[in-house]
Design a protein around this ligand. Structure first.
Ligand code: GDP
Ligand code: IMO
Ligand code: MG
Length: 421
């Protein structure tokens, strides 16, 4: 099968970027299939940290083609900033391709995002305020502007039409403080810059590569619990983050999909609002945050932290058809005397592994099993056999509980810190 998939099994920030970068040199093409600059994928290469928001995490492998797929939403200003940052680090964009059918985030989309969050009061989604929701709304509402439109002679006309619609909408919200003129001028400069990028019919581009026998890696953003259909609605993002999103987001047939590599942390985090059954409000949660440096790569917000949640993972493994798991941030648990795993939920006095219809409405009490922590640093040789016995048995227990092979174990942010199992 030509297309393998990497996606997050929790609420995002599982370490997708690191794993994509590590595996990218086994592929000819890396393609982002959904989301936008709400994502922050952190890579640490030769001691240098890079954060990618829109550009696929294969960009550091020079011989590989990187595609921003049609399912992605693009903020021209952020993308140009990202390109300039990469250029400064010596990474050129000759191997970056953008699908014409990817939608554009306008400055006014960001204002609508902010206005709609402000109007929600305490019920805020905790959006990254990058304009993601309003842009996908215009896409499904059939009003959107697409990347391919930037080459059209009536681009400005189309832009103004959509902007006017947004300004009308914004009148419905309490006054927002924004400087549209300044933002718009940066946005238009960025559009000029982006006209130089390789702009392709993504579906033909990728399918032709598949026909030629090329291997493709599809990179997800966010996590499965943030999926618009299957996540903790309404506390979700606005795209399909799960495997089925690969087909819509790149224009490939389901029969092309091979391995689905699901990424989970050895614990769990979430940023923004919404339910999180295993969230810790105690010192253990603080420790996870501190040791795991759990602060958002896009917004800098502290991430909420908790123990790994088996019912939640069984659900996302099912929805995605996960064939193998990459377990990240195992090292963060090194100093814990005790490591916990939520194996069941107690809901209304009975035990279940099935997620309720609406996690927001249910009093869910996770039932934990405790394991003795290994309490030592991990060996740096990337040899599975050299892991502490207690770490090995923690991994073996997770494999049994999840019913999927843990084929990769990440033991640090750096590219080379990865154990193949
Ligand atoms: P993504 O959005 O899924 O790509 O993940 P992020 O980059 O937002 O968050 C993952 C964070 O954990 C980043 O700061 C990574 O550098 C870091 N990271 C990834 N894998 C590991 C690991 O195995 N151990 C540790 N300590 N940090 C890791
Ligand atoms: P990566 O790809 C973690 C969360 C936001 C908010 C909700 C909706 O780095 O894993 P949005 O801006 O999409 O309207 O916000 O989704 N969120 C993420 N959380 N990692 C991400 O991306 C996220 N992208 C969005 O915090 O709760
Ligand atoms: Mg992230």
């Amino acid at each position: 099968m030509a297309v393998d998939v990497i996606l997050g099994l929790q609420w995002g920030d599982e370490g997708k970027g690191k794993i994509v970068d590590y595996l990218a040199n086994k592929y000819d093409m890396v393609c982002r299939f959904q989301g936008g600059p709400n994502a922050g994928h952190t890579l640490v290469i030769d001691g240098k940290k890079h954060v990618l928001h829109t550009i696929p995490s294969g960009i550091f492998r020079r011989e590989i083609t990187n595609v921003i797929g049609n399912g992605v939403v693009i903020d021209p200003t952020t993308l140009v900033k990202e390109i300039n940052g990469l250029n400064d680090a010596g990474i050129l964009m000759s191997n970056l391709y953008v699908a014409k059918k990817a939608h554009l985030i306008l400055p006014t989309h960001r204002y609508i995002d902010a206005a709609s969050e402000a109007a929600k009061g305490k019920e805020k989604i905790g959006s990254t305020l990058k304009g993601i929701g309003p842009t996908y709304m215009d896409k499904t509402g059939r009003n959107g502007l697409r990347f391919g439109d930037i080459h059209s002679p009536n681009f400005l006309e189309k832009y103004n039409q959509l902007k006017e619609k947004h300004l009308g909408l914004l009148k419905l919200y309490p006054a927002l403080d924004f400087n549209l003129e300044e933002e718009e001028s940066k946005w238009m400069d960025s559009i000029n810059h982006l006209r130089k990028l390789n702009c392709v019919d993504g579906e033909y581009f990728i399918n032709n590569a598949i026909k030629e026998g090329k291997k493709v890696l599809a990179e997800g953003a966010q996590g499965s619990m943030l999926d618009i259909d299957f996540g903790t609605y309404p506390y979700v993002t606005s795209s399909n983050t799960v495997t089925s999103g690969v087909c819509n987001g790149l224009g490939i047939a389901p029969s092309n999909i091979g391995e689905v590599i699901g990424i989970t942390k050895a614990y769990c985090t979430r940023v923004g609002g919404g339910p999180f059954p295993t969230e810790l409000f105690n010192e253990e949660g603080e420790e996870l945050r501190k040791i795991g440096h759990e602060f958002g790569a896009t917004t800098g917000r502290p991430r909420r932290c908790g123990w790994i949640d088996i019912p939640q993972l069984l659900y996302t493994i099912m929805i995605n058809g996960v064939t193998q798991i990459a377990l990240t941030k195992l090292d963060v648990l090194n100093s814990f005397e005790e490591v916990k795993v939520a194996k069941q939920y107690a809901i209304d006095g009975s035990q279940t592994q099935q997620l309720p219809f609406d996690l927001c409405d249910e009093e869910v009490k996770p039932i934990y099993s405790s394991y003795k922590g290994w309490n030592e640093e991990l060996d740096s040789s990337n040899d599975f056999n050299k892991l502490p016995d207690l770490a090995k048995s923690y991994i073996a227990e997770l494999e049994i509980l999840l019913g999927v092979k843990i084929s990769m174990i990440s033991t640090g942010p750096e590219r080379e810190k990865l154990i193949l199992n």
